[in-house]
Design a protein around this ligand. Structure first.
Ligand code: HEM
Length: 201
């Protein structure tokens, strides 16, 4: 344990998770008037990337049973998912500031590429707020059920991304989500479809 009880590996991880945000400051210092709006891309992408990496932990644990590194990822999953939420918060702040008025925000709400983002974000709020040991103890079995909401939220983010540029967002969205979707398929196969040895009488 070091600074305020955090392990060095956690502090290094947070340094790495903060790097993309630091990279976003540079373009803002120039005189490009579109630089602020352009932040929608990296903030959205890193929110999605960290969400995907965090959600891959359980599947990787199952696929690489007995290996040490998936356990490291599982152990730090909460940090990675909190970082994903903070990038999503930044993404939303950029969007709201860029739109400027509530009227202009409401104008776009019916578009699939927008409401999917809102809905995903609304699901992430309670998940982020309860991503601590105290909430886990307080909610008991309900905590796990609630965390399962992350699955529909991830699907909404996939659709949100794919729907960009008149549904031209499919290729980058699928490239990013491909590994997570493959691990979900593996977990389903492993738990429900895998041939098992008959029980010995
Ligand atoms: C809170 C409600 C949200 C709103 C209003 C919103 C809005 C937007 C908008 C307007 C864009 C288009 C940027 C452009 O092409 O000019 C965008 C892109 C994107 N958003 Fe969101 N978003 C929201 C939530 C989220 C969440 C929760 C995530 C992920 C966890 C996310 C991930 C993305 C990604 C990956 C892109 C594509 C970035 C790219 O073009 O490379 N968004 N969002």
């Amino acid at each position: 344990m070091t600074i305020s009880g955090y392990k060095p590996s956690t502090l290094i991880l947070w340094g790495v998770l903060a790097l993309p945000a630091l990279g976003m400051i540079g373009p803002l210092l120039g005189d490009d008037p579109k630089a602020f709006r352009a932040l929608l891309h990296p903030t959205g992408e890193f929110a999605a990337r960290f969400m995907i990496i965090g959600m891959m932990a359980s599947g990787l644990m199952l696929l690489f049973r007995g290996r040490h590194w998936p356990r490291w990822l599982l152990h730090h999953r909460r940090d990675i998912e909190v970082a994903a939420f903070l990038y999503a918060l930044l993404h939303l702040a950029v969007y709201l500031i860029d739109r400027g008025t509530m009227e202009r925000v409401m104008e776009q709400l019916a578009q699939v590429r927008i409401w999917t983002g809102w809905l995903a974000f609304l699901i992430f709020v309670p998940l982020a707020v309860t991503s601590n040991d105290a909430a886990q103890r307080w909610l008991r079995a309900g905590w796990k059920t609630m965390q399962r909401l992350a699955y529909p939220a991830a699907v909404l983010v996939l659709v949100h991304w794919a729907a960009m540029k008149d549904w031209g967002g499919w290729p980058p969205a699928l490239i990013h989500f491909g590994p997570l979707l493959a691990l979900w398929a593996y977990r389903l196969w492993y738990w429900y479809l895998r041939p098992r040895a008959p029980a010995v009488a």
